[in-house]
Design a protein. Structure first.
Length: 202
C-alpha cells in the first residue's frame, strides 16, 4: 500500500481544509465590515444574482423585464422609483426565443416612450442614444431547431459565451423564455441543475 501515491485535492482533503474550526468560526464577522453588495438595480437586483421570473402567460413578464432592461441601459430608475436607482448603466443582452423582432420593436419603443415622457427633448435624445448604445436583442425565433442537437445546452452555452465576450460592460443577460432549448421537460431535477450551472458560467 505504501507504493500507492497519495491523492491531492481529494474530496477528503478539501473537506478537511474547509471544515476546520478556523474556517467555520464567525469571529471575522465582528472584526471587519461585510463586503458591499454590488447592485445592478439598487435594493432589488445584485450583479451576481441568478433569477427566474415565472408567471402564467399574459401577466406582463415581458414588459417587466423590458422596463428592467431599459433602466439598466439608460441609468433611469426602475419604474421611476428613486430607491431602485441604477448605480452604473451598462449593456443588456436579451436572447429572445419567443417573440419576433417586430414585436420587440413595438415593445421597446412603447416602453421607452413611457419611460421618458416627462423629460426634456434634449434628455429624451440622450437616453435614446443610451438605448442604441447599450441594448442588444438576439432574435432566434423560428431560426434554430434545438431538438436537432444532441447537446443543445452545451451549444447554447458556447454560443452565448462567445457573444458575451464581445460585449464590454455587460450588466444583465435575459433569456426569454429560459426553457426554449430543452428537448424534454425542464422540470427534471438533473436538467434544472445543468441549466443552473450553465447560467452561472455565462
Amino acid at each position: 500500500m505504501s507504493d500507492v501515491p497519495k491523492l491531492t485535492n481529494s474530496v477528503a482533503d478539501l473537506l478537511t481544509k474547509y471544515l476546520s474550526v478556523a474556517k467555520t468560526s464567525v469571529a471575522s464577522f465582528f472584526s471587519k465590515a461585510p463586503a458591499q453588495i454590488v447592485y445592478i438595480i439598487n435594493n432589488f437586483l445584485s450583479f451576481v444574482a441568478l433569477c427566474l421570473l415565472s408567471a402564467p402567460g399574459g401577466t406582463g413578464k415581458g414588459w417587466f423585464v423590458l422596463e428592467m432592461a431599459l433602466s439598466v441601459v439608460t441609468g433611469l430608475p426602475f419604474f421611476g422609483k428613486a430607491e431602485f436607482s441604477i448605480p452604473r448603466p451598462g449593456k443588456v443582452l436579451i436572447v429572445n426565443t419567443e417573440d419576433d423582432r417586430d414585436e420587440y420593436h413595438r415593445r421597446v419603443t412603447a416602453c421607452f416612450r413611457e419611460k421618458i415622457k416627462d423629460l426634456s427633448p434634449e434628455e429624451q435624445v440622450h437616453y435614446q442614444e443610451m438605448v442604441v448604445k447599450n441594448l442588444y436583442i438576439a432574435d432566434v425565433v423560428g431560426k434554430i431547431d434545438f431538438s436537432l442537437s444532441p447537446d443543445p445546452l452545451h451549444e447554447y452555452e458556447e454560443a452565448l459565451l462567445r457573444l458575451c465576450a464581445k460585449l464590454t460592460d455587460l450588466r444583465l443577460i435575459v433569456l426569454d423564455p429560459a426553457n426554449a432549448i430543452f428537448n424534454e421537460d425542464l422540470c427534471r431535477n438533473d436538467r434544472v441543475a445543468d441549466f443552473s450551472k450553465t447560467l452561472r458560467r455565462i
